[in-house]
Write a protein of this length. Structure first.
Length: 258
């Protein structure tokens, strides 16, 4: 598996597949590249897809050091440099959307277009999940907490028909310190002041029934990025890109082609 030494001095593993214009796919918090497994193939006829394992996940190093969405964005650039790619489309979901914001804001010449899915600007302007959601995820019964997370990701009907395994509930190979570091990285994100500097064509996409990262964040982000457009997926929860792939993937592909 290809790997690169990032600006932090640590090894990061990355993966490529498909053909066509490069498309970076960025996973959610505490997840490896496998987050994209259920839908990745749908992009590969038109794009060379590029994923990577964040520090703390998958085949990448797992140092017990501070992580940050800005640092993860620098890792993306290191991977593009290693591949000899000058510009790529960037599609980030959840924490990956936070990372993508920094890629587009701080490395504008490297980004052809930007898709921000089920994500947030972070900081005091963001709409945070409710206390009931927080309590459901923090309950001491880990099986119950995992079930609560699944129900935030998918509708009950979809879960009944798809018992798993699921790739959106966290990388099982992560050590405890890496999970804590990811949580802090996502919580510390605040790109509010940087969003107006994004020049790439931008699509903001969100499920209307997302309580994990409330859908009210979509208009906030779209309103801060010049020319950004929005697409809301009716009835979708946090993992809209998987459960509602029949709608979400064509919307993304049409935007990328435009």
């Amino acid at each position: 598996m290809p790997e690169v030494i990032t600006p932090s001095g640590h090894k990061v593993a990355y993966q490529t597949a498909g053909r066509g214009e490069p498309l970076v796919l960025l996973a959610g918090q505490a997840n490896s590249h496998r987050w994209w497994d259920p839908v990745r193939s749908g992009f590969e006829d038109d794009h060379t897809t590029i994923t990577f394992d964040y520090l703390g996940t998958g085949d990448s190093d797992k140092p017990d050091i501070p992580y940050g969405t800005r640092g993860f964005a620098a890792d993306v650039i290191a991977i593009l440099d290693d591949l000899g790619i000058d510009r790529a489309h960037v599609y980030g979901t959840s924490m990956g959307g936070r990372v993508a914001q920094w890629v587009a804001a701080e490395h504008a010449v490297r980004v052809r277009s930007l898709i921000l899915g089920c994500t947030s600007p972070g900081g005091p302007h963001a709409v945070e999940r409710g206390d009931e959601v927080r309590r459901s995820l923090a309950q001491p019964d880990r099986a119950a907490a995992t079930r609560a997370l699944l129900e935030l990701m998918y509708t009950p009907e979809w879960l009944a028909a798809h018992p798993g395994p699921h790739h959106t509930t966290g990388d099982p190979s992560m050590p405890a310190h890496a999970r804590r570091r990811h949580l802090r990285a996502s919580a510390a994100h605040d790109a509010w002041e940087a969003l107006p500097s994004i020049t790439a064509p931008t699509l903001v996409i969100h499920g209307t029934d997302d309580l994990f990262n409330p859908a009210a964040n979509a208009p906030l982000i779209a309103g801060r990025i010049p020319g950004a457009v929005r697409h809301l997926i009716r009835g979708a929860r946090h993992a809209y890109f998987e459960e509602f792939a029949a709608e979400a993937s064509p919307v993304a592909l049409d935007f990328l082609a435009g």
